[in-house]
Design a protein around this ligand. Sequence first.
Ligand code: MRU
Length: 348
Amino acid sequence: MSLLALEWDAAAGRDGRGALRILDQTLLPTVTEHLVVEDVDTLVDAIGRLAVRGAPALGVTGALGVVVAMDQAADEGWDEDRLRREVDRVRDARPTAVNLAWGVDAVRPLVPQGRAAVLEAALRVAREDEAANRELSRLAADWLLERTGKERLRVLTHCNAGVLATSAWGTALGVVRELDARGLVEFVYADETRPLLQGARLTAWELAAEGIPHAVQADGAAASTIMRGLVDCAVVGADRITANGDVANKVGTLGVALACREAGIPLLVAAPWSTVDLAMADGSEIEIEERPGEEVTMLTGVRVAPEGTPGFNPAFDVTPARLVTAVATERGVVEPAAGDRLDGSSDG
Ligand code: MRU
């Protein structure tokens, strides 16, 4: 059983030319099923319903998605215009994580050089993502130990920022994995992450597979867990980090950040540099994905709100830089709450 969110399967696809293989995360943790993606409709659908998800994994999906579109173009005789439009559909399949557009844009200029060049570049995007995640995890673990002064850490995390959200290793869960490899994790509280339960279904699955002590808690329990002194830090991933250090991440992160500030414990955001969007000055520019209300009014396919009650379902929120104690990328750790900016300029 592969734990990876996605892979290029060199043996799959028409005439064995290779195809994108995605682990369908909507079915986890009970069913492990892969999708072989050979057309843009299937890919856009997989991204939209979160079969593949998590910002860095979306970046790699975007890059490999260009190859999927090129293969379909060859099969169906598309002209350049059609190919451009279909690649745009992949790029725009979800708006908040900058990595998706970044992954597409990283390889798209190579299209005139042909499929082999695009595929090679897309596979490099995946390799570099794993390397970045490992390095940022090491840097973040060092920072957390120094900042908290603790010998073993009790960590709270929100959503899933693990292997399943990246090409490999993970970001926030990569930090946990790094600490665990050093024998320094005491306990992890995983917020369940309503409405789609990425914490309960995915983070808990990864932690259980690693044998890391953990529990799932309702999102509404997080503030109290923090205020009761049950955790030493919160570690989360990100979908987009703007130049001033504002952070878009799974809805609910802002509440965790507020509680962390009140309790005086650090909120560390772990993300590869591909999640940093220096073109945006601050979080007010970030488009927050609004998903169908039924995801909130229903729970695993069963209606829990009265018939006729609509759901309000923003998928992400923006935590202002003043609440972000640290952002760890493979390039180092910056401290937005202390005035550090991601673009290196000073905050006055
Ligand atoms: O809607 P999702 O599941 O794609 O949201 C994912 C998150 O918010 C993650 O925390 C973020 O993408 C970082 S993943 C390393």
